[in-house]
Design a protein around this ligand. Structure first.
Ligand code: 5CA
Length: 463
């Protein structure tokens, strides 16, 4: 993409309405535009990151054997009357009446609808286990929408639902989700710690929230500092292996880590004092096992091996896809702007032309652009007629992990400069070497750990 042909309305001034850094940077980088309290348009740069995050979620869900689909945003109230949640859900639910006077609602979550789909089409235990998921807009009429996409009223969520014959099978589905979430967040460059939580309006005895530690987080959390040393890394996972999934769950949840809802001072005091931490965290996902809470009232049953009809054991599992943009920025920025992890960056690399209109500089930039594109990468070429300082400030603000700077002086010596946004370190390389190095980082030329992240097929090929 050439910047002169793009739509990236960068703001010079700090927007007064933004209280936290991620909101401020998303507005300044021209990623989002607020249309009403807690309701945003995703401008092109923001939309790119949203799609990249979504693509990782799709990949990891399907790796775990979960099946994508899409349910509507608007739901009939009658389904929610069946589960009893129509009255319980309260003011957070956006209620709508259609022209026939029928009660509808903008879905805050989909347990009822998926149970209805299940009961219409599945009748035998032989069709289990089954996990269906979608990534869809949700609406919760939050009392205090704030912090930009972190607490929106309209937000984008991955929600998945498992259907199993027994509690034991459903707990395997729970563990499988936990493992797949650990991988998902790590690919986005995040450490999200599973913490024991409370079921809230979804319900259930088993539930963990995934929290990214950040001062601006809305949740208060308590944990053993050793949990922050755990990393998932590049393990081989067999998602059908019950023992393996359970042992990973144990590894990541045995140490003390709880939100304030379930915090237990007496148990916490069992953690050696020097390892006890209390902090703030951003909740980027939550998993639940709630047994037959929905399947029983809604008649989501199957015929078991003995011929008897039994309600299925269910759980639901959510990832805050749009909230993740805010969480990643909170975890990865400096005073100049965003620093995107390679896994989610909107463009792989920036090209800065220090002297637009200079024949050699222009030609070198065009050649770099073509070579990077041929490697399957998406460069953003700043081809504006602007001074170098302004171009650098824009690149730093929007946070692309790598920048190639091209100027007449370097070109005389046959070199360009490759700069890491994270470390600020630069090296002089020939244009060829620079392309090879960037392609290598993202998985070309023999590859690195980013191979899987970056060799992503187009979004529509995931499903
Ligand atoms: N049905 C279950 C699991 S699918 C469910 O709705 N879980 S949830 O309420 O925990 O939401 C899942 C995730 O959505 C949360 O962990 C959070 O990351 C995100 N989320 C929830 N409310 C908002 C909001 N108002 N704005 C942005 N993200 C939100």
């Amino acid at each position: 993409m050439r910047l002169t042909r793009y739509f990236m309305p960068v703001l010079r001034e700090n927007p007064a309405e933004a209280q936290i850094v991620s909101h401020r940077l998303m507005l300044r980088a021209g990623m989002i535009k607020q249309n009403a309290a807690g309701i945003y348009s995703w401008l092109p740069l923001g939309f790119r990151v949203l799609r990249r995050i979504e693509a990782i979620v799709h990949e990891e869900q399907q790796r775990a054997g979960h099946i994508p689909m899409l349910m509507p945003t608007v739901q009939p109230a009658d389904l929610w009357r069946e589960s009893g949640r129509y009255d319980d859900y309260g003011e957070e639910m956006l209620r709508i009446t259609d022209r026939q006077g029928r009660d509808m609602l903008y879905g805050p979550t989909n347990e009822e609808m998926i149970s209805d789909i299940f009961r219409s089409h599945v009748g035998s235990y032989k069709d289990l286990p089954l996990t269906l998921y979608h990534i869809q807009w949700k609406f919760r009429d939050e009392m205090r929408p704030r912090f930009g996409v972190m607490r929106g009223r309209e937000f984008y969520m991955k929600d998945g639902y498992n259907f199993d014959l027994t509690k034991e099978d459903a707990l395997h589905a729970y563990n499988r989700h936990l493992v797949s979430y650990l991988r998902t967040y790590e690919r986005m460059g995040l450490q999200a710690i599973p913490m024991r939580a409370d079921g809230g309006p979804i319900g259930g005895d088993y539930t963990h929230e995934f929290l990214v530690l950040a001062e601006t987080g809305e949740s208060e959390v308590f944990y053993d500092s050793m949990v922050t040393d755990l990393t998932f890394g590049d393990r081989d996972i067999d998602y059908d292996d019950v023992a393996q999934c359970r042992s990973i769950l144990e590894e990541f949840t045995n140490l003390y880590a709880r939100t304030d809802e379930t915090h237990d001072v007496a148990v916490f005091e069992g953690v050696p004092e020097e390892r006890r931490r209390s902090a703030r965290g951003i909740e980027v996902g939550q998993i639940f096992y709630f047994g037959t809470k929905y399947s029983e009232p809604m008649g989501a049953t199957v015929q078991g091996p003995d011929g008897k009809s039994v309600p299925v054991h269910m759980g639901s599992h959510g990832i805050g896809v749009s909230r993740l943009l805010g969480a990643i920025i909170e975890a990865s920025h400096d005073d100049k702007g965003i620093i995107w992890p390679e896994g989610v960056t909107p463009f792989h690399c920036g090209i800065v032309n220090l002297k637009q209109g200079d024949n050699d500089a222009d030609a070198a930039c065009e050649a770099l652009y073509a070579a990077l594109t041929a490697e399957g990468l998406d460069p953003l070429y700043d081809d504006r007629d602007e001074r170098a300082g302004g171009k650098f400030a824009t690149m730093d603000l929007i946070g692309l992990p790598w920048r190639i700077t091209v100027g007449p002086r370097g070109l005389k010596n046959g070199v360009v400069e490759l700069t890491s946004r994270r470390t600020g370190e630069s090296e002089e390389l020939t244009p060829d070497e620079a392309v090879k190095k960037v392609a290598g980082i993202y998985g070309g030329h023999g590859g690195t750990k980013h191979v899987e992240m970056m060799k992503q097929r187009a979004f529509h090929t995931y499903i």
